[in-house]
Design a protein around this ligand. Structure first.
Ligand code: CAA
Length: 259
């Protein structure tokens, strides 16, 4: 039995973390199931957008598993952090866009999973926090790095040092999520966004993701060089030729073939 379920909807898929009895907390088994599911999905060349969500009405993911961590020594703690970070990096570098549909608690490792995604949609019930410093640890699945990059070091420091809970409306105002909706609409809204992305040129979307992600680690000058490289590679595709030909001929075009 896997703690991760996958539902394919044409060119998009929904990955659900399914451990609702523990509010979808990430233990080693969940991390390993998540890794295996992402490895499988990555092989699907025509997958154009992935949604990640949590099972049940209460929680996206309520963090890394505290019971499992409670007996770890420094060596095991570091290894657990490395394993978690590998999975988060797998999400961040997934070839097509990944949307987090945050349906409730996104705490600690759950907040970090949402941060590893490209886009975050939140239900009105979403709650984001880093409780770690109240448990005697730091965020360990990328939170210190990805939150600081997303909202800047001051707000990231405040949230990590205090453990303060951020509700959906504040998350929207501070740019942590791009949309907030009623809980019952969340998956439909995420699917709508995934379908919009899936309807556009997939090679261009992948190159754009590479440019955005890759550029974050570079100086502006090097980032611009990298953008030119990613931009140039798009001109190798049939989709670019057909879409531009249609524009020049004043014809509508949305039949992208991922070639
Ligand atoms: N680890 C393990 N089990 C967890 C869990 C977690 N992170 N979060 C919730 N659960 C379990 C609870 O132990 C409980 O199990 P039992 O029914 O067997 O007792 C079940 O999920 C339901 O939880 P509650 O009864 O506590 O539900 P609640 O509605 O009263 O409270 C909550 C919800 C506020 C989210 C509370 O469960 C909570 O505070 N959870 C811990 C959140 C947390 O601290 N997360 C950060 C973990 S550290 C981390 O993530 C490190 C990292 O960066 C890698």
């Amino acid at each position: 039995m896997s703690f991760v379920e996958i539902q394919k909807n044409g060119k998009t898929a929904v990955l659900t973390i399914n451990r609702p009895e523990a509010l979808n907390a990430l233990n080693s088994q969940v991390l390993s199931d998540l890794k295996a599911a992402l490895d499988e999905l990555k092989k699907e060349a025509d997958l154009r957008c992935l949604i990640i969500t949590g099972a049940g009405p209460k929680s996206f993911v309520a963090g890394a598993d505290i019971g499992e961590m409670s007996t770890m020594n420094p060596k095991k703690g570091e290894a657990f952090g490395i394993a978690g970070n590998k999975v988060m990096s797998q999400v961040a570098s997934f070839p097509c866009p990944v949307i987090a549909a945050v349906n409730g608690y996104a705490l600690g490792g759950g907040f970090e999973l949402a941060l590893a995604c490209d886009l975050r949609l939140a239900s009105e019930k979403a709650r984001f926090a880093f409780p770690e410093t109240g448990l005697g640890i730091t965020p360990g699945f990328g939170g210190t790095q990805r939150l600081a990059r997303l909202v800047g070091p001051a707000l990231a420091s405040e949230l990590i040092f205090t453990g303060r809970t951020v509700k959906a409306d504040e998350a929207l105002a501070k740019g942590m999520v791009s949309q907030v909706c009623a809980p019952e609409e969340l998956l439909d809204k995420a699917q709508e966004l995934a379908d919009t992305i899936a309807g556009r040129a997939p090679i261009a979307i992948r190159q754009a993701k590479k440019a955005i992600r890759g550029g974050l680690d570079l100086t502006l000058e090097k980032g611009l060089d990298y953008e030119s490289e990613c931009f140039g590679e798009c001109f190798d595709s049939e989709d670019q030729k057909n879409a531009m030909k249609a524009f020049v001929e004043k014809q509508p075009f949305n039949d992208f073939q991922n070639r």
